[in-house]
Design a protein around this ligand. Sequence first.
Ligand code: DAH
Length: 369
Amino acid sequence: MEDLESLKTQIINNINLASDIKALEEIRVSVMGKKGILTEQMKGLGALPLEQKIATGKKLNVLKAEFEQALNARKEVLETAELNKKLATETIDITLPIRPETQGRIHPVSKIYEEVVAIFGQMGFEVAEGPDIEDQFHNFNALNMPPNHPARQMQDTFYLPHSATEEFDMDKSYVIRTHTSGMQIRTMENKKPPIRIIAPGRTYRSDYDATHTPMFHQVEGLVIDKTTTMAHLKGCLYDFVKAFFELDEIPVRYRPSYFPFTEPSAELDIGCLKTKTELKVGAGNDWLEILGCGMVHPNVLKAGGIDPDEYQGFAFGVGLDRLAMLKYGIPDLRTFFESDVRWLKNYGFSPLDFSSMTGGLSNNGGQTR
Ligand code: DAH
């Protein structure tokens, strides 16, 4: 029995002095492993007379529990020490700024521009570009709007003097283009049919409120061939709105309208749900006008040098900024052009998320909101 007492003191002492987990494990095996001291003692119990067996057996069990307790206690101390040591060597300075921080943002108008080009590009349309300063022939006359035509009043035009020295002459003056429709004429002047182009760009009108700014963006579309019909127009624009709003189905309706350069003319409405706080596209029982379109007027074909007896086509014009407001829920158009970096950080897009029909137009995780 004295042997057991001194054994206990010695082993507990060793446990408390173990310098790491590995040394502690070695002690445990030497005491309680298959051939451990305690295990051997237990094995020896069988040879003892009954009374002694009971008494020694009890003692050995108590001893075992004490060893286990001591082992666990030491293990916890060693583990805590190890963790503290690790934490001390792995400190990070959380006051440092995140690096590298992405800086630039793509403006919603540029994003929409990319999206529209991606959609029509896949349908086989080319992109045509033209001047912001336009003559009245391309902006009005050739589009079946001769001087004094009442439709000119539909657009609050900015006029530019034709000469720096001569007196201002309304008839000769230039305009900053009121729409991209002039690009229909410029394209016909430079290309033989079949024609399939879109012309995105800046346009200008003297207008200013929550949904109008003096400078805004439009995309013009023009398709001309021998057998182009209104059915092609409808199919093409239906595919466009579905792709643009990234919906499989979307209610649309064509409302008869008037534009001097198309006959017949229509406006395209899409189905939406309007509540006081939000506007949801693609569902609901309300309609929202999104673009003007129609079959190119024979006078326009003639002005562009194309024989209307041989060719026919369709055209459309869409407001890009309006599409951006709708798709990305931006309430005030004026904020687009205030150059406020906080606004751009909120509504802008990551420069690395390129819009494409295969990789996704907008929902590729790049939006910052
Ligand atoms: N130019 C028109 C506007 O600015 C939009 C438009 C309507 C263009 C019908 C078209 C068209 O090509 O066919 O309001």
